[in-house]
Design a protein around this ligand. Sequence first.
Ligand SMILES: [Zn+2]
Length: 531
Amino acid sequence: MSRERLYLFDTTLRDGAQTNGVDFTLADKVAIARMLDELGVDYVEAGYPGANPTDTSFFAEKRPMHARLTAFGMTRRPGRSASNDPGLAAVLDAQADAICFVAKSWDYHVRIALETTEEENLASIRDSVRAAKAKGREVLLDCEHFFDGYKANPAYALACAKAAYDEGARWVVLCDTNGGTLPHEVEKIVGEVCQHIPGDHVGIHAHNDTEQAVANSFAAVRAGARQIQGTLNGLGERCGNANLISIIPTLKLKAEYAQKFEIGVSDAALGHIARISHGLDDILNRAADRHAPYVGESAFATKAGIHASAIIKDPATYEHVAPEQVGNKRKLLVSDQSGRSNLLAELDRIGFAVDKDDPRLSRLLDEVKEREAIGYAYEAADASFELLARRLLGKVPRYFDVDKFDVTVEQRISAKGERVTVSMAVVKVKVGDEALISAAEGNGPVNALDLALRKDLGKYQSYITGLELTDYRVRILNGGSEAVTRVLIESEDETGDHWTTVGVSSNIIDASFQALMDSIVYKLIKSGAPA
Ligand SMILES: [Zn+2]
């Protein structure tokens, strides 16, 4: 049976750029556009030429890609001709394959926000579509506030959509701009629209204000729409847009959609989707959402003992899809609740063949339990767990020793008369017979310590150059008689691998030091540094 083609339209670089705290540079936009193209989306909406210098320069040159590069813009302003509107001209002149216009489709907004007549708004839609088609562009129309508009005045909302379609727009996109529409409403309204405009010309653009943007996108597809608009990781203003990172695996792995539809994302590209999701977080310099469906670190993590023993027998018992299909991995959490089966499975995953009756296993389990009782969190710190296991099983080389370190924090008045705080660290390390002393300044004591530690490890330096700290989390735990500090450090290397290490102490510097040391030693093992 031949499957129907469903199209994916990404607006991470346009609608996603509206996110609070997100400010893409031109280089970011180019890098993200490349990631999207690699993923296999059909359209990359990269910005609004003429609206800001970054977007204008993005569209100033040809950027060849498989996806259709799309420029966003407004339809011609009311009361002007299409040929006499500088805003429209900037969009028409952009180096893009497609143009996505946004137009009002709620009569209330036409009167109040646009201060024009319903007929003039329709004429503006027709004129703009015609002008873009005359330039040889594929045309899309985003019908802003379509669902609210349709509820208030269905005939007018539909007239706006029809005006674009009749004029030759390839797609008419129904936008839930305020994000408050519910799935059953979307399904009903899209179904009604598809009686007037063929579904293979209808798109859905959902916002996540009731946390149903993904569900709304699927509801629209069920009702006949054949284009889904969304963003990587659901980026977008307020609560975000529909998350393509969740939508794509569902389309490819769930029979209801996979049997019926074909999308531009290959199975191989799907296997990279976790990396692409984390790649965007890296560009935004923020920690990945551990609980993100399909791609989060916890998406295939299992804790309780009975689940873990069942998962070892057959993963399908507790997994709705295989983690490898989306580039993720199964994780059995080692925690104070876990039994031997968790521990064995986790050791197996990291490449340790241990007999289930090996007496060292009980020692490791006891050690994990004891340490978790004083604040260590091994289920969040996979790399520290691996090191602990390797140490107890006698397999961690002694690469280097830290003889001593010294961290100072100084606050003083600068030459400009401003109060500044400067941190400095000095670390004395022994690598074999070689004694090395490194000093570094940092924006805080932990940062200074990290820089000094990684500055000179003698013969091991080349193995850790790609090591980078990507996240640092501190938690004060009130256990027993005194408060202790738990530090979790997330690291990354040149291969894109992530790992987390943990340190616990009543002193935050000491806790950080333990986690930093674990991360460096883990990286040395991972890179195959000779003992
Ligand atoms: Zn939007």
